[in-house]
Design a protein around this ligand. Structure first.
Ligand SMILES: C[S@@+](CC[C@H](N)C(=O)[O-])C[C@H]1O[C@@H](n2cnc3c(N)ncnc32)[C@H](O)[C@@H]1O
Length: 225
């Protein structure tokens, strides 16, 4: 555990993520949006997600772990009212500078400060993999709580079963860990949180990456009629 500037005590893994992404943010923004622009299948899942969100009403969508904001902006271009949240203040600063018309906040998906049942959707696009596996049940329970009935969740992650401890990323030292996950494990955890998995996509490694990538679509069940 370590203390934040506000005096709150937080797990050391959150401090490591924040400090690491603050350090790599300026390099990251030169790489990730261009890779996203060529990720046809991932963008297809986002298009399906946006269509489902729009069909469920004009409710906001949270892009959790939004990084420099390009996925938030893409969601906005798909006609859903999206805002971004990230643990790294430097990532949020870049997102605000790049997309001044959109809302971005500093915060953690491990402690969502959102009213219950008000979101039409949540996207966690390559942002859950630095959390310890043991934190995921609580995080997914928070997603379930924040989603409206019928709301959609789209989560993307690196496939595998080991925990990596990289020393460098994007040309800078990092201290976070990377937890690789199997689609079945994530689907089981989502199910346990009360979410219904409706689709999954596994892509073989794309250029610049060494591992398959998975993307699961889920929803909070609609109110029983
Ligand atoms: C690999 S980047 C992905 C950024 C963006 N979603 C994208 O697709 O390029 C991971 C991001 O997740 C953020 N992140 C990690 N853990 C988080 C948490 N607990 N709450 C909010 N953001 C988190 C990091 O700060 C970082 O910006």
């Amino acid at each position: 555990m370590s203390a934040t500037v506000t005096g709150m005590v937080e797990p050391a893994y959150l401090s490591a993520i924040r400090e690491s992404y603050d350090r790599v943010a300026d390099a990251y923004v030169g790489i990730a949006p261009a890779r996203f622009a060529t990720d046809a299948l991932g963008r297809g899942m986002l298009a399906a997600f946006a269509e489902l969100v729009r069909a469920n009403g004009p409710l906001p969508v949270a892009d959790l772990g939004c990084g420099p904001g390009h996925v938030t902006a893409h969601l906005d271009s798909l006609g859903v009212p999206a805002f971004g949240m990230d643990l790294s203040p430097r990532m949020v600063e870049i997102a605000r500078e790049t997309y001044p018309a959109l809302r971005f906040e500093v915060g953690s998906m491990t402690a969502l400060d959102l009213p219950e049942g008000q979101l039409g959707g949540i996207v966690a696009w390559w942002s859950i993999h630095h959390l310890p596996r043991a934190a995921l049940p609580t995080v997914f329970a928070g997603f379930h709580r924040a989603l409206a009935h019928g709301g959609s969740l789209l989560v993307g992650f690196h496939v595998g079963d080991e925990e990596l401890r990289p020393e460098q990323a994007y040309g800078h030292p990092v201290s976070y860990r990377t937890q690789l996950l199997s689609p079945d494990t994530v689907a089981d955890l989502l199910h346990d949180a009360g979410l219904v998995v409706t689709a999954s996509l596994v892509q073989e490694p794309v250029e610049g990456l060494t591992r398959p990538q998975a993307c699961l679509l889920a929803r909070r069940p609609a109110h029983p009629t």
